[in-house]
Each structure stands twice: as structure tokens, then as C-alpha cells.
Design a protein around this ligand. Structure first.
Ligand code: SF4
Length: 275
């Protein structure tokens, strides 16, 4: 494992999902979103949109913060005003109605079923730590940095590590994300047996435990290196010929536009944006 600050091409689950949508999310996929998010992020109007969290992002962040607070202040689960106090800590009154409703439900769910209670926690994210240090990985002489921010790691009584990822919303668990965590764990905790797990804080559903073989992780590492390389290539193409933006990042105008955070500035949007 080597941590350095030098610039390298990068890969992450987010980038992978922006290239290859998860099963069931194909109709929401649009390569042009990746172009705005990753290549044009420094343009003022794109940057302004990226600064605003979407509703799902806001709920995910507040849910993670809630788990953190519950874990560090277990009395919030039992005291009469626990939920009310947590609502104040999270400043939920400053959020939209939808965010307030769904996060309050998450608080009640967690209070009734505190899934981290009695777990030997190795790491628990607060949700707003910013971009983590990436892992420098050499895949067949191609160097890239892997970003894999883990919500929670706990240790089982037999020493096995569990990487737990908290979810919100209705999307299915994407096993690719779990395998990326397991790949990162081989660098971070090479001596440990590790598995990954998802838990949805809204539906209170668990995934199955996900384990990976060495062969599987080696193939994944190669695929992540390929994506990092492809992304560098498309960045280069755009820098050389910015007028070809829509050829490099092909739009998928239609259903995806309705939920796209760039629909107010995208000339390919088929979504009517209310001013
Ligand atoms: S508005 Fe539509 S076409 Fe434009 S980036 Fe978003 S999803 Fe793609």
C-alpha cells in the first residue's frame, strides 16, 4: 500500500457507474452527465449545479451522519427526546419537506433497529470527510489511484472484517461496489479475511454477504485500470476539441433528463425546466 499525493488517473465505483450503469438503471444512464461532472466541473454554471446536493445525495449524507451520531451517542436511541434532539443536531428543519420526511423515518428505523450496536467498529464515516486518500495501484504497469470511501468497517469475533455500506432509496444493491471495497481491502488489510455487506436504512433490508476470489479481484482491477485510461482519453479529446463535447460524451436525451442535475443547462435535455 502506498499513499502519495502525486497526480494519477483515477477510478472509483462512481466512475464505473458513470460508464456502465447498474442493472435496472440503464434508462437513467447518459454519458454526457459524466462529461459535465468530470470534465466541465470547473465551468461556473456546471460547478454551481455540482455544489448543490440532489435530494438523494442529501438524504444519503444525512442518513450517514445520523448513524454516526447514534453510534457515538447511544442514549439518543433510548431517551424520550432522542429523535427530536437528533433532528436538531442534523438541522433537518433547513432541509426540504421530502428530505425531512425521509430522514426522520430513517432515524426512527435506526432507533428501533440499531444495527451497529455491540459491533466492534474499526471505522465509521461521518459522511462529510471529503475525498479520501486514494490507493495507488499498479495494474500491468498502468498506475492509477483507486478511491473507495467506506461507510463502516467492523470486526467479527473471529477477526473477519465486514465492510458495511449504508444505502437509502429504492435502487437495488450493486455488487460491483462491494467488490471494489473488497479490492481496496486487499491493499488496506492484506492479512484479513474480508466480506462486504449492504444495509438499506429506509427499507431495513440487508444484502447477502459478498466475498471475492483473487481471480475475481484481479479481473476487477484490470477493468478499473481500463476505465481510468478511457476517462483520461476522453478528457484529452475534450481538451483538444471542446466543440466535440456531444460526440465524446454522447447524450441520451429522454427519460434520463427528468432526473439529471444538468437538465437546466444541457441543450440536449428533453425535460422542461421550470425557471
Ligand atoms: S439533460 Fe439529458 S441529455 Fe443532458 S446530460 Fe442530462 S440526461 Fe444527458
Amino acid at each position: 500500500m502506498v499513499f502519495t499525493k502525486k497526480w494519477l488517473p483515477f477510478a472509483s465505483y462512481g466512475l464505473m457507474a458513470e460508464f456502465i450503469p447498474a442493472v435496472g438503471l440503464e434508462s437513467f444512464h447518459c454519458d454526457m452527465q459524466r462529461g459535465y461532472k468530470r470534465v466541465r466541473k470547473k465551468e461556473s454554471e456546471v460547478g454551481a449545479l455540482l455544489e448543490k446536493d440532489t435530494t438523494p445525495q442529501r438524504i444519503g449524507l444525512l442518513a450517514q451522519q445520523a448513524v454516526y451520531e447514534f453510534h457515538h451517542h447511544p442514549e439518543l436511541s433510548t431517551e424520550e427526546n432522542g429523535i427530536k434532539n437528533l433532528v436538531e443536531i442534523l438541522k433537518l428543519d433547513e432541509e426540504s419537506y421530502t428530505v425531512q420526511q425521509r430522514v426522520t423515518q430513517i432515524l426512527c428505523n435506526y432507533r428501533d433497529n440499531p444495527v451497529l450496536l455491540d459491533k466492534k467498529i474499526i471505522k465509521l464515516s461521518h459522511g462529510d470527510e471529503g475525498v479520501p486518500d486514494g490507493l495507488e495501484i499498479n495494474s500491468r504497469n498502468y498506475l492509477f489511484r483507486l478511491f473507495a470511501a467506506m461507510d463502516c468497517i467492523f470486526k467479527e469475533p473471529d477477526g473477519t472484517l465486514c465492510i458495511l455500506d449504508f444505502k437509502t432509496g429504492k435502487s437495488d444493491f450493486d455488487s460491483r461496489q462491494a467488490y471494489i471495497y473488497l479490492l481496496a481491502a486487499t491493499y488496506l488489510y492484506p492479512e484479513r479475511k474480508t466480506y462486504a455487506l449492504f444495509y438499506n436504512l429506509e427499507s431495513c433490508k440487508w444484502s447477502e454477504k459478498l466475498f471475492a476470489t483473487e481471480v475475481h479481484l484481479s479481473a476487477l482491477q484490470t477493468e478499473l485500470a481500463r476505465l481510468a485510461k478511457s476517462h483520461e482519453l476522453e478528457k484529452q479529446l475534450y481538451r483538444n476539441e471542446p466543440e466535440r463535447f456531444s460526440e465524446i460524451f454522447v447524450p441520451n436525451s429522454g427519460f434520463a433528463c427528468k432526473y439529471c442535475q444538468f437538465n437546466s443547462i444541457c441543450s440536449f435535455s428533453l425535460c422542461e425546466v421550470v425557471a
